[in-house]
Design a protein around this ligand. Structure first.
Ligand code: SAH
Ligand code: SF4
Ligand code: F3S
Length: 482
């Protein structure tokens, strides 16, 4: 059925998204119109999530909103009345996967013309993507971006009742929306957004364009959310932001930093606190001190370095050097001697020579990373690095990635071996994917441990004796006195 555009039609612009217009971010409360409370009665939804924890947290919000409208969740495509792909734009292959999926879903739409198909998240924030959907994917009913998830009830009203096509992507952030309902995926571990957006503008990265300006949530709202999670029995929170160390930098009415937040959360009765992601340039000694002062701060820090070459770091606009990164690592390790450090690395950035790459390997060796996400550089249209002329050939990028991964895997194994023979605290997530008599959970250092146990151990924190260290996980048995 041909659909008209609804009142909602707004295309994005990366050029607009680059602007940092407003100083202060208005705060509003989410409130779905009471008339829409039964919109989803008897209907089922399915959300597929791609990308980072920020997107996972957003999907939890979408699910929360859908359930307040009466929808229930299904994991079966054929049962779904509404399918939303919550997408990621960070690398080209992430986007290709989504386009492949959209192509595949055409059949589903043919089988069920009433199916509402939506694309959300970071990809629609790019004008090329939204235009491609407009031109080539006529059967997509709903396109919205990262700044207007709270308007989902209105969009669904238009799409479902008005049979209209909804395309609404804002390039600039509006407000911080509080009191959004959430359907959390896990009942022991929770994500807590502490800020949105990013103002770093690393030259390779699309995130400052897809997520907008840095906006910090009020500390009271964050602490209230964590208090509620504690009351609900949650044992772990992960504080989320693209650059958590910049938290509070945008406050105009108070001086309150990431370190202040860590100190406040450190005094709460939540047993485990994690955070991601840190930017090395903004990680200061007050934050390190805060981490060292509270037992519930987990001894694992993800500290993306991206490259070990000063020349490449400069062109990436990372604002630190190999030496200052190593110095930060030294200060962190001095305050937190048994900390586990992991990182992100991009190989094949434009102009990266063999010598630059060797600097990266040297840095990896010197830091003793216990894990890393490694990527080949992917040119993102609209970012400065996509226009750099000295692009590295794909074959070279792939070869470097393989060489780097060898080093990183050694680091993974070493990071696990140091726990062999030790007794570690594990928060049990559930059973292992392959065997339901084996439990799986994470240690304080964020190491995956498998051990025999029963369902009643799930969601508990237990002590486990580690017997074996593999590259990707530890094996053990529940400690006798536990
Ligand atoms: N805000 C976080 C994470 C950003 S995205 C941070 O600053 O660390 C996660 C990782 O994806 C980045 O750390 C980087 O290593 C990688 N990445 C981002 N853009 C990329 C690109 N264009 N090509 C390849 N990898 C990229
Ligand atoms: Fe991207 Fe850099 Fe911001 Fe991280 S800090 S989201 S890599 S621009
Ligand atoms: Fe991807 Fe957007 Fe996160 S681009 S990594 S989903 S912020």
């Amino acid at each position: 059925m041909a659909k008209d555009y609804s009142v909602y039609f707004n295309r994005p612009s990366l050029k607009q998204a680059k602007k940092r217009k407003i100083k202060e971010t208005p705060k509003v409360d989410f409130n779905a119109h009471p008339n829409l409370r039964h919109l989803g009665r008897g209907k089922q939804y399915l959300i597929k999530t791609y990308g980072c924890q920020g997107n996972e947290a957003d999907s939890e919000t979408m699910k929360g909103i859908l359930e307040t409208l009466g929808f229930t969740e299904t994991y079966e495509e054929t049962q779904a009345d509404l399918i939303i792909l919550n997408t990621c734009a960070i690398r080209e292959n992430a986007e290709n996967r989504v386009f492949g999926e959209l192509g595949r879903l055409k059949k589903q739409k043919n089988n069920n013309p009433d199916l509402i198909l939506g694309v959300a998240g970071c990809m629609p924030q790019e004008e090329d993507v939204t235009d491609r959907i407009l031109k080539k994917f006529h059967y997509v009913d709903l396109v919205f971006g990262t700044h207007n998830i709270h308007k989902l009830p209105d969009y669904l009203e238009s799409a479902m009742l008005g049979k209209e096509r909804v395309i609404e992507v804002f390039s600039n952030e509006g407000q911080i929306v509080e009191n959004l309902p959430k359907k959390r995926e896990n009942d022991t571990k929770a994500y807590v957004n502490i800020m949105f957006g990013c103002d770093e503008f690393c030259t390779y990265c699309i995130v400052p364009y897809t997520r907008g300006k840095e906006r910090s949530r009020d500390p009271e709202d964050i602490l209230d959310e964590i208090s509620t999670l504690i009351d609900q029995g949650y044992q772990e929170v992960t504080l989320l932001g693209q650059n958590v160390n910049a938290y509070g930098r945008d406050f105009t009415d108070k001086a309150y930093t990431f370190a202040d937040l860590l100190n406040d959360v450190g005094q709460m009765s939540i047993p485990r606190v994690r955070f991601t992601t840190s930017h090395p340039n903004d990680f200061d000694d007050t934050a390190i001190e805060a981490l060292a002062s509270h037992d519930n701060m987990m001894p694992h820090i993800h500290l993306p370095v991206q490259s070990g070459s000063n020349k490449v770091l400069k062109r990436m606009n990372r604002k630190y050097t190999k030496e200052s990164y190593l110095d930060l690592v030294r200060r962190i390790k001095a305050a937190l001697p048994d900390v586990s450090l992991t990182t992100d690395i991009i190989v094949g950035f434009p102009g990266e020579t063999e010598d630059d790459f060797l600097e990266t390997l040297d840095l990896v060796r010197r830091v003793d990373f216990e894990g890393a996400f490694t990527f080949v550089f992917s040119a993102r249209k609209g970012t400065p690095a996509a226009k750099f002329e000295d692009q590295t050939p794909l074959e070279e990028k792939k070869a470097r990635l393989q060489r780097l991964n060898q080093f990183i895997n050694d680091g993974f194994l070493k990071g696990h071996q140091r726990f062999k023979g030790e007794t570690v605290e594990v928060l049990v997530d559930g059973t292992s994917k392959k065997d339901d008599t084996i439990l799986a959970g994470y240690t304080k250092h964020n190491k995956l441990v498998n051990f025999p146990g029963t369902r009643e151990h799930i969601s508990k924190r237990l002590f486990v004796d580690v017997h074996e260290a593999k590259t990707w996980f530890l094996k053990g048995a529940i400690h006798e006195d536990a």
